[in-house]
Design a binder for this molecule. Structure first.
Ligand SMILES: Nc1ncnc2c1ncn2[C@@H]1O[C@H](COP(=O)(O)OP(=O)(O)OP(=O)(O)O)[C@@H](O)[C@H]1O
Ligand SMILES: [Mg+2]
Length: 510
């Protein structure tokens, strides 16, 4: 007897269909799985055998062959347990082989026959839905996640017995009723964080506003305790809300990484990741035997915050150069490559010198060579990918003491959102969302300068010895400054403001 169950496997954050074919034939009892299974899939045999017995069914004493088609891609993980078990039960004619029809089935089994959640349910279901599949059976703990795909009927499965009864005409499983619709909100994780708490530092706050509005990378430089970490943590409170498509894309990444919080399936907030400086290059970019997205992908459509930048391993920073440019990271594997999206905004913080108090002659005794060595820890090419650099001086006592309320995040966010809308309109046929993503041709098209502005830029370029990349960045940031002001054209004030964010180029690009 042959039975075929429809399932799916993951490739990066995408999914492809897999047919689980089970054949029972007479001969010496055996149980083989073919179709490039990895060790977790091979171990499936033991789980399936025990789970079927412990659910009160007889395990067939036959020659059992399971084929995972297509056979030319390596199958990983334990998500084929449930389809294999059902295939065996169907092949023993416990229920008609046609009963499962076109439904997608996935799930890991416990030895007692209960169904455990698996990673990557959203990409699997989303992809299946695009192929025309309209029903799926998923572990009950993944039901909310699967139900995010509108138009898909989701059956939550708790154990083998339940699903076997469903297919053999016994007690039916009721389709899952989703209990959340998409609405972006930023409350839960950002509770209590607000720009209003940061006293003084008006320049840095303005730079953060520009960075948030245009999706620009930013580096904060200042002595200990000047509020760098404080400010960076508050950045998500002024970022534009996620669109539904962005949210789905992030959720797929978190689903594959196994980081979705139960019952809160869709990611509502822009991610904010702040890995420790001891992180390894592969934890940043992603990889591993079963490839998992790294920090740069977990920051997709959000913020990657690297605090104490010079403390990071140099090769960890090097591996980010390409993803920073391309918005995706490619991981090489034995059997081909796979790509994870990684379009994030980089926010970095550092002290100006090893002791942190450069410029304060009483406190700082760092020698020039020590300072140069400290700066050299960050490679020029990485610094070159940072659009805005801002120096944050120590906070003045008057600012700390001041009780006059600073602008709050909600007010700043309003301006950011307005500027973002202008960009969405401008780029609606370009496939990009932020000024920071413009390529050279787009910069030429959207950042025209009149002779006066050109003259200013020319002299600044010569005096400040800027690189070609810096030139393009200045135009992009100036575009954002103009958008924040609601201006059609980039004018002198925008350029002058933006030039000060590049004035540190020579000081730090030693
Ligand atoms: N501008 C500010 N307004 C109000 N409080 C501040 C400000 N700057 C710093 N503080 C206070 O100092 C603490 C330390 O600030 P923060 O951690 O942001 O400093 P930092 O610049 O990151 O320093 P380091 O270089 O040591 O990491 C904050 O938790 C806050 O209590
Ligand atoms: Mg800090």
């Amino acid at each position: 007897m042959l039975s075929i169950i429809k399932s799916a496997a993951l490739m990066g954050i995408d999914s492809y269909p897999v047919e689980v074919e089970v054949d029972l034939s007479s001969g010496l009892p055996s149980f083989d799985i073919v179709g490039l299974p990895d060790s977790a899939v091979k171990e499936s045999r033991e789980r399936v055998r025990t789970a079927i017995r412990n659910s009160g069914f007889a395990f067939p004493v036959k020659r059992i062959t399971v084929n995972l088609a297509p056979a030319d891609t390596k199958k990983e993980g334990a998500s084929f347990d449930l389809p294999i078990a059902l295939g065996i039960l169907a092949a023993t004619e416990l229920f008609p082989a046609a009963a499962t029809g076109n439904s997608l089935i996935t799930g890991e089994l416990s030895l007692d026959g209960s169904v455990r959640p698996v990673n990557g349910v959203l990409p699997m279901i989303h992809d299946a839905w695009k192929r025309g599949v309209t029903t799926c059976f998923v572990p009950a703990d993944n039901a909310e996640e699967a139900a995010l795909v509108n138009g898909m009927t989701v059956y939550p499965v708790h154990n083998i017995k339940e699903i076997a009864a469903h297919f053999s005409g016994g007690k039916q499983i009721l389709p899952y009723e989703k209990n959340q619709d998409f609405f972006p909100h930023g409350e839960d994780e950002q509770e209590g964080l607000d720009f209003a708490h940061v006293k003084g530092q008006e320049n840095a706050k303005r730079a953060m506003e520009i960075a948030a509005a245009g999706g620009h990378n930013i580096l904060l430089i200042g002595p200990p305790g000047s509020g760098k970490t404080m400010l960076a943590k508050r950045l998500p409170t002024i970022l534009p809300d996620l669109s539904f498509e962005e949210s789905i894309e992030i959720t797929k990444i978190y689903s594959v990484a196994g980081l979705l919080k139960e019952k809160n399936a869709l990611v509502h907030n822009r991610p904010f990741r702040s890995p420790h400086h001891t992180i390894s290059p592969s934890a940043l970019t992603g990889g591993g035997r079963i490839p998992k997205p790294g920090e740069i992908s977990l920051s997709h459509h959000g913020v990657l915050f690297l605090d104490e930048l010079p403390e990071f391993q140099r090769n960890a920073l090097e591996v980010m150069r390409q993803p920073l440019e391309d918005g995706k990271v490619t991981i090489s594997r034995v059997n081909g490559t796979l790509t994870f999206p990684s379009d994030f905004m980089l926010v970095a913080a550092m002290n100006p010198c090893p002791c942190g108090y450069l410029g304060n002659s009483e406190k700082c005794h760092c020698s020039t060579s020590e300072i140069m060595k400290y700066h050299r820890k960050i490679s020029g090419p990485l610094l070159d990918r940072i659009d805005l650099m801002i120096e944050m001086p120590a906070v003045a006592y008057e600012d700390l003491e001041s009780t006059s309320p600073a602008e709050n995040s909600a007010t700043i966010k309003e301006r950011v959102v307005r500027a973002h809308k202008i960009q969405l309109e401008r780029f609606k046929n370009e496939g990009i969302f932020f000024n920071a993503q413009m390529n050279a041709a787009q910069i030429e098209a959207y950042c025209p300068l009149s002779p006066k502005e050109k003259e200013l830029l020319r002299s600044a370029f010569e005096k400040m010895e800027l690189s070609a990349r810096a030139y393009h960045k200045i135009l992009k940031i100036a575009r954002t400054a103009a958008d924040l002001a609601g201006a059609e054209q980039i004018t002198l004030p925008h350029l002058l403001e933006v030039l000060q964010y590049r004035s540190l180029d020579r000081k730090y690009l030693l």
